[in-house]
Design a protein around this ligand. Structure first.
Ligand SMILES: NC(=O)c1ccc[n+]([C@@H]2O[C@H](COP(=O)([O-])OP(=O)(O)OC[C@H]3O[C@@H](n4cnc5c(N)ncnc54)[C@H](OP(=O)(O)O)[C@@H]3O)[C@@H](O)[C@H]2O)c1
Length: 315
């Protein structure tokens, strides 16, 4: 995502070099969406994968788009599912998407209708597996009753533990659905690299996030200091400790940290070798219990943990 939007400018050459290096390091579960850079990210990933498509498990998403004024729209209608999938296949330059997510549940379309249309894509061979992102527990259960759901992608990290406290992770596990934590580095904050709201470029969307503003920022910095101090004791970086914690949440948890730089990628990949003892996990639980972060995850409430109307409801 960061190669195409959200976290300031990206250098195209460095982005492509980062993707090359990911393959060399054996990082083969790649995540994109049609909304990242309004198609830019899928084209970039497609370019990188030309001639070596089978090297990765390729995940993309649909249902979000920006209107003319840059506001986010959600469309889970069956006709949009079909149209968006064709457009993603074309931009990625592939015949099949390995994992196709509904990026956000549409509050106006029964999730059964959306997942029903996604299931037809599986039958047509355009998609292999289905996923949801930021869905509520109820949406997860209703979707899984229509077609097997393979993955649930939602924010999960040391400072965002709503997935545990909301019962969504438990609902996913009831159905054998794998968990894919996004923003596992707390959008970069948990690495300790961001020390002031002034660190953000003008086009960086974290400027508008409640957690990165004013007093909340200062309070959250104390959490990062504690993570960094523990990381020093263990001889790892704060980011590696944050990633190791997410990976320690279960064998069914596969985080997808994002970066547009080779050096960060290499540091993050090495987190796979960090082992946490029961004492380490207890210390992290004290440092970062559920609800520890000051401020909401998004500027706009209601953007996540999506529910939809009952089947058969009018749109
Ligand atoms: N389903 C959804 O709604 C949703 C929402 C958000 C994200 N995602 C997916 O999840 C992926 C990861 O999430 P994310 O990118 O939001 O958050 P993240 O992985 O928590 O953090 C990414 C940020 O951390 C910085 N960073 C990465 N490694 C670092 C290191 N070792 N040291 C210092 N800084 C480091 C990156 O900097 P640079 O940019 O400078 O490399 C970037 O600003 C995205 O790429 C996207 O595919 C999905």
């Amino acid at each position: 995502m960061g190669m195409s939007q959200s976290y300031g400018a990206a250098d195209r050459g460095e982005s492509l070099a980062t993707l090359d290096r990911a393959l060399e390091l054996g990082i083969t579960f790649w995540d994109t969406s049609d909304v990242y850079g309004d198609g830019h990210n899928e084209e970039l990933v497609g370019e990188s994968l030309r001639g070596r498509r089978d090297a990765v498990q390729l995940a993309t998403k649909f249902s979000l788009s920006r209107d003319g004024e840059g506001r986010m729209r959600i469309d889970g209608s069956p006709e949009n599912v079909r149209a968006r999938c064709e457009a993603s296949l074309r931009r990625l330059g592939v015949d099949t998407i390995d994992l196709y997510y509904q990026h956000r549940v549409d509050p106006t379309v029964p999730v059964e209708d959306t997942v029903g249309a996604m299931a037809e894509l599986v039958q047509a061979g355009k998609v292999r597996y289905l996923g949801l992102s930021e869905a509520s527990a109820e949406s997860v259960r209703r979707a899984a009753a229509v077609h097997p759901i393979t993955a649930l992608q939602s924010e999960w990290s040391l400072w965002t533990r709503d997935l545990e406290t909301s019962g969504v992770a438990a609902a996913a596990r009831e159905h054998g659905i794998g968990l894919v934590p996004f923003s596992p580095l707390g959008r970069g904050f948990l690495t300790g690299a961001i020390t002031s709201p002034d660190d953000f470029a003008d086009d960086d969307f974290r400027k508008d996030h409640p957690r990165f503003r004013g007093e909340a920022f200062a309070a959250n910095l104390r959490l990062v200091d504690a993570v960094r101090s523990m990381a020093e004791d263990k001889g790892v970086t704060a980011g590696q400790l944050a990633l190791a914690w997410v990976m320690a949440q279960g064998a069914d948890v596969v985080p997808i940290p994002g970066t547009k730089r080779v050096a960060y990628l290499e540091e993050n990949a090495a987190a796979g070798d960090v082992e946490l003892t029961a004492d380490d996990l207890a210390r992290l639980e004290q440092i970062a219990p559920p609800g520890v972060a000051e401020g909401g995850r998004y500027p706009n409430a209601g953007y996540s943990y999506g529910d939809s109307p009952a089947p058969g409801s009018d749109r």
